[in-house]
Write a protein that binds this ligand. Structure first.
Ligand SMILES: Cc1ncc(COP(=O)(O)O)c(C=O)c1O
Length: 385
């Protein structure tokens, strides 16, 4: 009989030591007593159902060139239908080794030299630097920081668009602010995209990590709108089930012409997805739901705890995230010019807001065991004491 281990709180408390495994997160400050709460992966082991699928694929023993296995697209389609009420055709799904790679591909596919790609800031750093690498330009529209949310300045969006603006790169839910855009926001964006001839590329890698139990993620491309039917959606199981190192993501590209040109747009630089990544992704989408729900309990608790501690530190503030396992902290009220440096001096390694286009901010990744988070919060207090 197959073993079916229960998911327990211990899965989120006893974590393997990642030092010496080539972990980007843990190697950055490896010679210092510094807790790394920066890059967006988790210190938790992936769920047993995913590990079993990888083991089964390893047991097969042959790892030749692999395109999307037959179960991959249907697993994603069923997941999107069940979780996000979005019906897609499995043939729209293109496997890609990463969402960042896929973003870069859309710039090459849909924009020419000196065209512009619009995005909301602050934002996950590749949104800012990939356009330049593709010979295009990044146009930034800042989100407006309010007490309880980050809001869109629609006049600024309209004013920013020029005849050269071809793409809107949407990060939804939004990293680093944790904003889950409302359906009404998405419709407004779709109206503008249609009016001004923009293609929306929606990076929805965080869509399975909504913290607010009353909110639903609305995929941009699920809107009943012409701009939604042309949109490209980027997804991966990597954030939710901690699989980033396996390099497996998906682009949902309804237009056949764009799917046909997708691989060529990679310019010979993009490898095929590896077969273990496909096996893990399929298992995560098909069987990962119980683990995801337990993870969400942990992440909700951890985010709440960070928000409480931030509120107690003079000069710090944050809008509680609606999604992700990231807390975006405004340190400008402390008068400290370089909060990243202050944190590192206190033994804490967050992400530096400057990389997201927002000096004076830091981003904390709470996806670690509770005792490690408590130690990190003591260090945060020390940094700004
Ligand atoms: C919004 C967003 N997109 C993409 C990625 C990375 O995706 P991938 O590892 O598939 O390139 C991240 C990682 O943090 C992210 O936050």
């Amino acid at each position: 009989m197959t073993r079916k281990p229960e998911i327990s709180e211990r899965d989120f408390a006893d974590c393997p030591d990642r030092r010496g495994t080539g972990s980007e997160k843990w190697d950055r400050w490896q010679d210092r007593d510094l807790l790394p709460l920066w890059v967006a992966d988790m210190d938790f082991r992936s769920p047993e159902c995913v590990l079993d699928a990888i083991r089964a694929r390893v047991d097969h023993g042959v790892f030749g060139y692999t395109h999307e296995p037959p179960g991959f697209a249907p697993a994603l389609a069923d997941h999107l239908a069940a979780r996000h009420d979005w019906q897609i055709e499995p043939e729209w799904v293109v496997g890609t080794p990463g969402v960042v790679t896929a973003l870069a591909t859309t710039a090459r596919l849909l924009a020419a030299a000196d065209d512009e790609i619009l995005t909301f800031t602050p934002v996950y750093p590749p949104f800012l630097f990939l356009p330049g690498l593709a010979g295009t330009r990044c146009l930034r529209v800042p989100l407006a920081q309010e007490a309880k949310r980050w809001a869109i300045d629609w006049d600024a969006v309209r004013a920013a668009i020029t005849p050269n603006t071809k793409l809107f790169w949407l990060c939804h839910p939004h990293n680093p602010t944790g904003t889950v855009f409302e359906r009404s926001d998405l419709v407004r964006l779709a109206d503008i995209a249609e009016d001004r001839g923009l293609t929306v590329v929606s990076d929805e890698i965080w869509c399975d990590l909504l913290l607010d139990q009353d909110r639903r993620h609305v995929p941009f491309a699920s809107l009943d709108h012409p701009a939604a039917r042309r949109a490209i959606t980027l997804l991966a199981p990597s954030k939710t089930w901690n699989l980033a190192g396996l390099g497996c993501a998906a682009a949902i590209v309804p237009e056949a012409r764009l799917r046909r040109d997708w691989r060529a747009a990679g310019g010979g630089l993009v490898p095929m997805v590896n077969p273990l990544g496909y096996a893990a992704a399929e298992a995560a989408w098909r069987q990962g739901e119980p683990w995801r729900l337990r993870l969400l309990d942990v992440v909700r608790r951890h985010c709440k705890r960070v928000v409480e501690v931030v509120a107690e530190i003079p000069g710090l503030s944050c809008v509680p995230p609606q999604a992700t396992y990231l807390v975006w902290i405004d340190c400008r009220g402390t008068g400290i010019a370089n909060p990243q440096q202050a944190c590192e001096a206190a033994g804490l390694g967050p992400s530096d807001g400057r990389e997201f286009g927002a000096p004076g901010f830091i981003r904390l990744n709470v996806a670690c065991p509770a005792d490690r988070l408590e130690e990190a919060l003591r260090r945060l207090q020390r940094a700004f004491a």
